[in-house]
Design a protein around this ligand. Structure first.
Ligand SMILES: [Mn+2]
Length: 253
């Protein structure tokens, strides 16, 4: 549910937190089916889309950027690509959180242990705890929970183990998986039920795994940001102390 409060006496000075949400960039995937308005395709398109996302985060002065899985197409991406990725991420002067997905899952020899992104990029947090982890941002009065995918076994529930929300004004959950409209079906991996969303008691659920932009729930607001190289957009989420939560697609230049 959107958090609403009276605007009485609060017309001035209330805060709006801008959260930029993207996912499924699949860096290192060189399949060139999609040619964008940016005039590039294949692996170049994926890296260009990351650059566009960082540009948007800077231009829109967002408070936090979240990437909900599959930033990398695989755990075998090259060291050259890792250097290029770090160079892009370092341009971003805001809080950043990366949730590992199924393509870039947290395995011992995987990309996140190899890249050590947090050491290379100020302000960046990667969610490593296989049980799920809450990151707190006191300056934003925001708590953000996510559970990484930690292996190639698809029989995991990305929102299982979500704790009660904390005392922060804003609570956001990150999850990489497939929202199922009905009960769990046995053949689909990474399942998120509609009830997982409803029971989350969060202000926003930032989803990844689908490459299209799709708002899948209003209460709570839950959205797939989609792959930016495919959609040309990211999800821009405003946590507005006065009027609640707004989610919209934001076109990348
Ligand atoms: Mn995925």
């Amino acid at each position: 549910m959107s958090r609403r409060r009276s605007q009485e006496g609060d017309q001035k000075g209330y805060t709006i937190i801008k959260l930029l949400h993207t996912s499924d960039i699949h860096l290192g995937d060189d399949i060139g089916v999609y040619t964008s308005k940016w005039g590039v395709s294949g692996a170049d398109l994926k890296l260009t889309s990351l650059a566009k996302v960082i540009d948007a985060a800077q231009k829109e002065k967002v408070s936090i950027l979240v990437i909900t899985g599959d930033l990398f197409d695989s755990n075998r991406v090259s060291d050259i690509l890792l250097d290029e990725t770090i160079r892009e991420l370092r341009r971003c002067r805001t809080n950043m959180v990366i949730l590992p997905g199924n393509h870039d899952c947290l395995v011992p020899d995987g990309v996140y242990y190899r890249a050590k992104l947090e050491e290379a990029v100020p302000g960046l947090k990667v969610i490593y705890n296989d049980q799920g982890e809450t990151l707190r941002f006191p300056a934003l009065d925001l708590a953000l929970w996510g559970k990484p995918i930690c292996g190639y076994e698809a029989d995991v529930k990305p929102m299982e183990g979500l704790p009660s929300r904390g005392k922060e004004k804003w609570g956001v959950a990150l999850a990489h998986g497939l929202v199922m409209n009905d009960d769990y079906l046995s053949f689909c991996g990474y399942q998120i039920s509609v009830n997982d969303l409803k029971a989350s008691n969060r202000d926003y659920v930032a989803l990844g795994h689908k490459e299209i932009f799709e708002v899948v729930s209003q209460e709570p607001p839950a959205c797939y940001a989609g792959a930016p190289w495919r959609t040309g957009c990211v999800a821009m989420v405003e946590l507005d102390e006065a009027t609640g939560v707004r989610v919209r697609s934001h076109s990348l230049a």
